[in-house]
Design a protein around this ligand. Structure first.
Ligand code: ATP
Length: 236
């Protein structure tokens, strides 16, 4: 069996003008895993996801490989077609369109596009809300829609920028259930998470980032054992 990770990031550095946001980051994600990036505001987490998707606008160095192919210089749409799905922190849904239009409008270009039925089975709340415009959705429903849309497009790896930000504890739990269900259905997840406790309830492994560097890599047992300490250390 191949041990090549689904996503391999090697020596990744990134800049905004003169300011360096990432410093030789190495990260691997195996197919089927949920992995979190944990760290304070400004640690470089969003920049990292944007380098993986091709959306980073500044200079970068290093290598991003996805499914054994070097995608470092590939255009965003080619990475999407290969199965990278990005869920930005602003969720990026169309406010004036209905839930169903939001789901059906984007092209199903990825390797494993979901049918609308499969989306509604996995996200029953979205089925109930399917005629609602984006503006009438709660924060949690918007987050579900953003995740569902990328799955419908055919992503094999979800890159999620803080899916739980600003959501109430009950809704955070629901997002956790959805991420676990999505994993059960064979999708891999790399997510930014400031909520250390939540991270430990959903993920298999974790990377801690500080000032653009990976300062630690932890399995979930280590994360659980050190939750309190890490909370203090990160100040989040
Ligand atoms: P957050 O959770 O606040 O998004 P983060 O860990 O995702 O934090 P980044 O957004 O990746 O961190 O930011 C890393 C560094 O790059 C920070 O010092 C930030 O100020 C800087 N930075 C981010 N975006 C830009 C930009 N568009 N122009 C200039 N500097 C930026």
């Amino acid at each position: 069996p191949s041990t090549e990770p689904m996503l391999r990031i090697e020596g990744l550095s990134a800049w905004y003008g003169e300011a360096q946001a990432l410093r030789s980051v190495d990260i691997e994600v195996q197919e089927g895993e949920i992995v979190t990036l944990v760290g304070r505001n400004g640690a470089g987490k969003t920049t990292l996801l944007r380098c993986v998707t091709g959306l980073h606008i500044g200079r970068n160095e290093g290598r991003v490989s996805f499914l054994s192919q070097d995608v470092t210089k590939q255009a965003v749409h080619k990475r999407t077609r290969r199965g990278l799905g990005y869920v930005p922190d602003d969720r990026g849904i169309y406010a004036t369109l209905s839930v169903e239009e939001n789901l059906t409008l984007p092209p199903r270009v990825g390797p494993e596009p979901w049918s609308l039925d499969r989306v509604y089975e996995t996200f029953p709340r979205l089925k109930e809300r399917r005629r609602f415009p984006g503006t009438k959705l709660s924060g949690g429903e918007q987050q579900m829609l953003a995740l569902a849309r990328v799955l419908r497009m055919g992503a094999r790896l979800l890159l999620c920028d803080e899916p739980t930000e600003g959501l109430s504890p009950l809704i955070v739990q629901q997002i956790g259930d959805i991420l676990r269900e999505v994993k059960r259905q064979g999708v891999t997840v790399l997510l930014i998470e400031q909520n250390v406790h939540f991270a430990a309830t959903v993920a298999d492994r974790h990377y801690l980032l500080a000032e653009g560097r990976v300062v630690e890599s932890l399995d979930n047992d280590a994360m659980k054992a050190r939750e309190g300490e890490l909370l203090q250390h990160l100040g989040i």
